[in-house]
Design a protein. Structure first.
Length: 81
């Protein structure tokens, strides 16, 4: 399973690890992902999402239904294209 946030779409990034001698080696920056279960009151069921910490903050700010509606719209848009 890829390391992608379900809410924000964050993915691993590539960058350089720079030593004191200024040697550069490629490294990977991984997003801070967590599996979380959310209770969806309208459907009376649990929803399991893999979210980053910024995704958790987004759910706290906008609400779970609004974020799930955005995710469904993105999937529908991606399927169209």
């Amino acid at each position: 399973m890829p390391r992608i946030c379900d809410v924000t779409g964050k993915k691993p990034m590539k960058g350089h690890l720079v030593s004191h001698a200024n040697n550069k080696t490629i490294r990977t920056f991984l997003p801070n992902l967590h599996y979380r279960r959310f209770w969806l009151e309208t459907e009376r069921r649990w929803v399991r999402l893999r979210v980053s910490t910024s995704g958790l903050r987004r759910i706290d700010k906008l609400g779970l239904e609004a974020v799930l509606a955005e995710i469904k719209a993105k999937k529908k848009e991606k399927a169209k294209a």
